[in-house]
Write a protein that binds this ligand. Sequence first.
Ligand SMILES: Nc1nc2c(ncn2[C@@H]2O[C@H](COP(=O)(O)OP(=O)(O)OP(=O)(O)O)[C@@H](O)[C@H]2O)c(=O)[nH]1
Ligand SMILES: [Mg+2]
Length: 321
Amino acid sequence: MTGRRPEPPEARAVQARDRRVLARLISMVENGDPRARPIQKALYPHTGHARIVGITGPLGVGKSSLVNALLGVLRARGVRVGIIGVDPTSPFSGGSVLGDRIRIDRAGGDEGVFFRSMASRGHTGGIAATTREVARLLDAFGMDIVLVETVGSGQVDVEIRRIASTSVVVLVPHLGDGVQSLKAGLFEIADVFTINKADLPGADGAARYLSEMTALGAGPDGWTPPVVQCSTVEGRGIEDLWKAVEAHEAFLDSGPGRARGEEARARAEIVDRVTGRIGLRLDGLLEENRELRELLGQVLDRSLDPGTASDRIYAALRHRL
Ligand SMILES: Nc1nc2c(ncn2[C@@H]2O[C@H](COP(=O)(O)OP(=O)(O)OP(=O)(O)O)[C@@H](O)[C@H]2O)c(=O)[nH]1
Ligand SMILES: [Mg+2]
């Protein structure tokens, strides 16, 4: 009597690579369906094998084209690939370019590929949380690599670091006023830079400038992001890009980087989950609890500032957290 429940049949089906069950489970996770929870719980011990690689960058730089080109490189080596496209558009607006491209290449029915597009709106628990869970399901399904393409701006971009072990930032030769116009945030995100569309003029200059910038800002962990030129239309640089990703993964394995990254991501996930619930609970209390409502009222009639009100609420709740 170990007290362990038998694995839900869906968990066994995912491990047996049943694509229909996987697809249904992903939908449940996206919709916040509580029936997914016991299945996710049963699958968790069977995850941790897949490497998650983020592909991010501004709109239209060729992220989807690169994902598709990388898919070719990886499948030629027999690597099993899951792909998550976080699509800024609604799923009702006609589908995504990435989806169309992958579907075209999958016409032969490649069992070693699973593609899923997710709208970046309307997710229970936030897009980062959902992406993380979907990547985990693909991991349990037996994928070796999960490529995550994110929209090229906003919060999701930064959050890719909280999901992926390697993040590739994709840029193009002409970026308005040049690479100087880049958000500083991109330098924090990138483990690898790609100048895609290197068939267009200006790629050498952009790559040189970016290399100088990355050399200046070498991170405390000792990794300097390489800059790789690619062209998906000419099929050039794709192998080099993947080698750069592998070099970063090898760097993580050669030192404390892997363990540190995994701990940081696990901590971030737990903090996200717990603070999310505390936030909801507190919001409910501000509705129900008479004393808290009074404090809220004082903030509204300007007899108390929000900072002081929050200090008092925190002090009152602290011993219960
Ligand atoms: N010249 C040139 N064009 C390219 C290259 N790669 C992609 N493109 C073109 O750039 C456009 C955008 O490509 P996508 O792969 O959809 O770019 P994306 O970054 O995924 O776009 P969003 O997901 O909408 O942000 C398409 O018209 C591609 O044909 C390249 O290497 N060279
Ligand atoms: Mg795209």
